[in-house]
Every structure is written in C-alpha cells, then in structure tokens.
Design a protein around this ligand. Structure first.
Ligand SMILES: [Zn+2]
Length: 275
C-alpha cells in the first residue's frame, strides 16, 4: 500500500471504529419533549422547545437546566454525574429483534439522580410514604411499588397482561425484589429499586444474567449473554413491560436481564410521535 492509500485506510478504519462504538442517539430535540410529557404531573406542559436558558420548568415553577455538563466526560463519570440531557441521549431500542448492545450502549442506565429523587422521594421514608401494594396477577400476590407518575398502575397492567399467558408464568411468578432503599452494587448511586420503580424476577433456564456476576469492570468489555435475546417467551415478557413504559436491563451492554424499571420518558406513549 502506498503512503496516501495507507493514510486513507487508517482514517477510514478510525472512522468506522468510532461509528461502530457510538451508541444510537435520540433524535435531536426529542429528549426534552419526551421527558416533559412522560411525567406531566411534575413538568409544566411542553411548549415546543426548551426555555432560552436551556431549562425545563416544573409545575411548581422550578427551572431545571437540561444540559449542565459543559465538558466531555468518560462513561464512568457520566454515570455519576448524569444530567437530563445525558439521561435522554441514548435511544432505547424497544421491541424485537434486539441487537446485541454495542460498547457502552446502555440506554436508560445513565440517570439524573436528582430528578428521580424529585419524582419519587428524597429519602427512604419519603419513598415509603408513596408505596402502594400492587396486585401481581401472575402469582396472585402483591408488590410494593411507587404510586407516583403512573408507576404502580403501569406495573399492575403489565401483570394483568402477562397473566393472560400461562406459558409465561415461569418467567414472572417469582419476583426477586421491587422496593429496596439501596445503592447500585459497587457505587454511590441510588438504584431505581430505591425509588420503588423497578422490579427483578428469578428467570428460568439460566437467563438471569448480570454483568457484575461475570466479574466484568465498568470500563471494560463484557461478553454479552446472547441466549437471552433468542428466548421467545422472555421476549414476550419484555414486550409486555415495554408496552407500559418499562425498560429492560437486558438491552444494556452492562446487562441486567432480571431487571425492569419504569422509564416512560424512553419507551412510553409520550415519545411515540416525537421525531
Ligand atoms: Zn433490579
């Protein structure tokens, strides 16, 4: 290869590599609208654009800066410091077939903790005050879940839908935890379980996989358990959750296949007509 050709080859290789590792992004401008419309009891009605100072306004008149982070941060730093824009940056790929997530493709895993505390409660006691007992139709028992912003009623609808399909019972009759005031393992960040807005299940056939159980590091590669994307019954379970505004941790590079969390700003009807 002569020198110009070599340089061109290097540039192309770098370009392809960068492209391949950039997770799918949400359409520009969609994030603030999806966020505002997903939590209409918290945010003021959407007016078509952010305020000139890049803020969203709450119903109580507070302003939240949409893009607080001025400098590029590493993925690990983003997890700890996610602002609203970071939270909305990666598009969640609802439905199937689902591709194996690319490196750092973790749509929904970067969360503005300040927002979820404001939505669901700043302390254990505050969150507990908002918990209700949700009938879980697949096993006839109930689960504590946060009643705010439609979370509990959405979970109840998921359960009623899943209970119509006895063939799915093995996947969803054994919840393995909903509300639990705790941090995400190995971090100082609150889990969505702390807000009573996430639920785990004991999955059959060794489909329950968590990246930390594999001994993977946050900033390193982790072999993705491809079998979880090929299980047709698990797909039906995931679709039933996504239909009601939940995302599934199995669509993250840092996979958590037992985990579903209520995130209507990423998958809910509020975002369906946003281009
Ligand atoms: Zn979980």
């Amino acid at each position: 290869m002569n020198q110009p050709a070599f340089i061109l080859w290097v540039l192309c290789s770098v370009g392809v590599n960068v492209w391949a590792q950039t997770p799918p992004q949400s359409p520009p401008g969609a994030g603030p609208q999806c966020l505002a419309q997903a939590y209409p009891d918290f945010w003021a009605p959407w007016r078509g654009e952010l305020a000139p100072d890049n803020t969203l306004t709450t119903r109580s008149g507070d302003s939240w800066v949409y893009n607080e982070l001025k400098d590029p941060l590493s993925q690990t730093a983003l997890l700890d410091q996610a602002d609203l824009m970071t939270q909305m940056a990666q598009a969640y790929p609802a439905g199937f077939p689902a591709a194996i997530p690319g490196p750092n493709q973790d749509p929904g895993r970067m969360r503005s903790e300040a927002l979820f505390k404001a939505l669901y409660g700043h302390t254990r006691e505050a969150v507990q005050h908002h918990l209700v007992s949700v009938p879980w139709a697949p096993n006839g028992r109930s689960l504590p879940f946060n009643r705010l912003h439609g979370a509990a009623s959405a979970l109840q609808r998921v359960g009623e839908s899943l209970a119509q399909h006895p063939e799915l019972a093995a996947y969803v009759r054994q919840p393995a935890g909903s509300f639990y005031w705790r941090n995400i393992a190995g971090t100082a960040r609150k889990s969505m379980h702390a807000f009573g807005a996430a639920v785990d299940f004991a999955l059959p056939r060794q489909l329950g996989r968590y990246w930390q159980w594999r001994g993977c590091k946050e900033d390193g590669p982790c072999p993705y358990p491809e079998a979880v994307l090929r299980d047709p019954l698990l797909q039906q379970v995931v679709l039933a959750f996504e239909k009601e505004g939940f995302i599934w941790g199995g669509k993250w590079a840092h996979f958590d296949t037992v985990h579903f969390e209520y995130r209507p700003e990423l998958v809910g009807s509020s975002c369906k007509n946003v281009k």
